[in-house]
Ligand binder design. Structure first.
Ligand SMILES: Nc1ncnc2c1ncn2[C@@H]1O[C@H](COP(=O)(O)OP(=O)(O)OP(=O)(O)O)[C@@H](O)[C@H]1O
Length: 316
């Protein structure tokens, strides 16, 4: 038993949730693998009916966090409540309300598509056969086709359909893109958005295809190793986090350090400089001028979520 206080019954987390009660509430979570700290004093919420994108570079601890939320892993410290229950003591009824797509997802190779549908239907009281076949029939394969004979992307489609058909209240998708082609990814995203919005579902999604998140999420939780996480709405992040560009002729050999105003300075291959900041142009210009740079040539340039994510977390 670890010193985890995950979800002490009766003690509600003191997190500032925008929507209460939160579908997921994490407070003060710390997790280590041996001496390596993966999460330290992490707190966040996923509001009921919200779609949260969990973003972060490789190895930052997204899957670890999901394993903790599902009760597969006990953290060293902190409280995690999922659908109102401590994550390490989820009741079978609550587990049935959670749809999970995870690396190494469950699919039985020896079953056919139709047998897969019948097998999983038996476990879930709200099973949506219509949803399952809505997604799976697009494969244009006979329902007698064996799962073991599907391509990687086709298999992923069956897994995603299986999870959606469970009609979960909370859907956790850990990198759902697994071999999906661009068309199916788009289709599945549209399905997900419709599914979530129509029925007030809560989604927690990770994906390295960050541009997909822009079409999907309400909120972002961005994890960075050694720094506090950022949780905010997508609109707030994209509205406040800005990129400015200085042309090559205004870029000195020695760059100023990042600071509260200048979140990151990134030299580009053409010699120009990208400056990322949660600040208005005047404040950024003043900060650059304070370091002797010619900020008169600073231009703000629009960003996608992927640009903003890379600017916020760095390229490596
Ligand atoms: N069982 C384990 N024992 C020791 N270290 C582990 C274990 N599981 C994961 N790690 C390490 O913990 C860190 C976080 O891993 P995790 O899989 O949670 O990251 P992630 O953000 O999901 O990464 P990715 O985006 O690459 O999938 C990594 O450095 C990983 O090597």
């Amino acid at each position: 038993m670890t010193s985890a206080e995950t979800g002490d019954a009766g003690s509600e987390p003191r997190v500032s949730a925008a929507v209460a009660p939160a579908a997921v509430a994490v407070e003060g979570l710390t997790h280590r693998y041996g001496p390596r700290i993966i999460h330290e004093d992490l707190s966040f919420t996923v509001g009921t009916g919200r779609i949260l994108g969990l973003l972060g570079k490789n190895g930052v601890g997204k899957t670890t966090l999901i394993k903790i939320l599902m009760g597969f892993l006990a953290p060293n410290a902190g409280r995690c409540r999922v659908l109102g229950e401590p994550s390490h003591r989820l009741s079978p009824a609550t587990k049935r309300r959670i749809g999970l797509v995870f690396e190494g997802h469950l699919a039985y190779d020896f079953l056919s598509i139709a047998e897969t549908e019948r097998f999983f239907a038996a476990w879930y009281p709200r099973w949506r056969r219509d949803l399952f076949y809505d997604l799976v029939d697009r494969l244009d394969l006979p329902r007698t086709h064996r799962v073991g004979h599907l391509s990687e992307g086709q298999r992923s489609q069956v897994v995603l359909a299986t999870v959606m058909a469970q009609d979960p209240d909370l859907l956790i998708l850990d990198d759902y893109t697994m071999g999906l082609d661009a068309g199916y990814r788009r289709l599945f995203l549209d399905f997900l958005v419709h599914f979530a919005r129509a029925d007030g579902k809560t989604l927690l999604v990770t994906s390295h295809v960050v541009q997909d998140m822009e079409r999907l999420v309400d909120d972002v939780l961005i994890l960075r190793r050694g720094s506090p996480p950022l949780q905010t709405t997508l609109d707030d992040f994209l509205g406040r986090f800005r990129r400015y560009r200085l042309p090559a002729e205004a870029v000195p050999a020695a760059l100023p350090p990042s600071c509260e105003t200048l979140h990151a300075l990134q030299p580009e291959v053409d010699g120009s400089l990208s400056v990322f900041a949660f600040a208005e142009p005047a404040a950024v210009s003043a900060a650059l001028a304070g370091h002797g740079l010619n900020a008169g040539m600073l231009i703000e340039t629009p960003m996608t979520l992927e640009d903003a994510f890379v600017g916020y977390t760095g390229t490596y």
